[in-house]
Design a protein around this ligand. Sequence first.
Ligand SMILES: Nc1ncnc2c1ncn2[C@@H]1O[C@H](COP(=O)(O)OP(=O)(O)OP(=O)(O)O)[C@@H](O)[C@H]1O
Ligand SMILES: [Mg+2]
Length: 237
Amino acid sequence: MLDLKLEKKELPFAMAEEIKNLRTGITFCGADIKTVLFTSSSPNEGKSTISLETARSFAELGKKVLYMDCDFRKSIFKYKIEDGKIGKGLTHYLTGQCDFEDIIYRNYGRGDAEFYVIPSGPSSKSPTELLASKRFIELLAKLRNDFDMVILDTPPLANVVDASIIASNVDGSIILVEAGGMNYQIVQKVRDKLASSGARILGVVLNKVDKSKKGYGYYKYGKGYGYGYNYGYGDSR
Ligand SMILES: Nc1ncnc2c1ncn2[C@@H]1O[C@H](COP(=O)(O)OP(=O)(O)OP(=O)(O)O)[C@@H](O)[C@H]1O
Ligand SMILES: [Mg+2]
């Protein structure tokens, strides 16, 4: 088993609370929801931040959790790969260059006893084909069996179709939307793209909510940037 130290920044109180609410929301979607994908329409809306924190939050409950970085183009582990702290990743595995044991890292951070990660690996020439491959589908089945919860971070759907391909093979998908910066029609397109691939959309997370502004009726506390969620699209509940 490989080890990896992930930095853990202390989250602002309001954000930590909302992450817990999101965790509860996912849990209430049903016991059969074990592989959950996060995507958004555009870059920078907060997929990696929120998906990693959500995964960590499940781990803090004592669950055996995996965070899988499926963004081959913009991995959150880029610097660790350059530092040599991470060797092999998902693309190595999917192209048959290594075994499963070579890509799974156990995070030995505080309170994350059962928190594992799979980094994306170097950008591949044909990521779409890799994500549609039998090897990837079989990997998802294995992970679903081995872990209590698997969280998948993916690229924005407006740019590439990767997320919708993965979405057809996971239990549920969550759409991240950056508050204020979103275009309603674009978010609808993302929802339609996901839904047409057969994805089960669990809900929409409204991220980077400026709580100092009026208009977000359900935010009555806190100032500055924060995070909120709102189940409201598709098959959400
Ligand atoms: N709730 C939040 N409050 C404040 N800053 C946030 C919040 N969520 C994300 N950010 C910041 O926004 C930036 C983009 O976040 P992140 O990398 O998670 O987005 P992303 O959707 O994964 O981007 P990409 O599409 O490039 O992969 C980061 O600097 C992150 O720290
Ligand atoms: Mg990201």
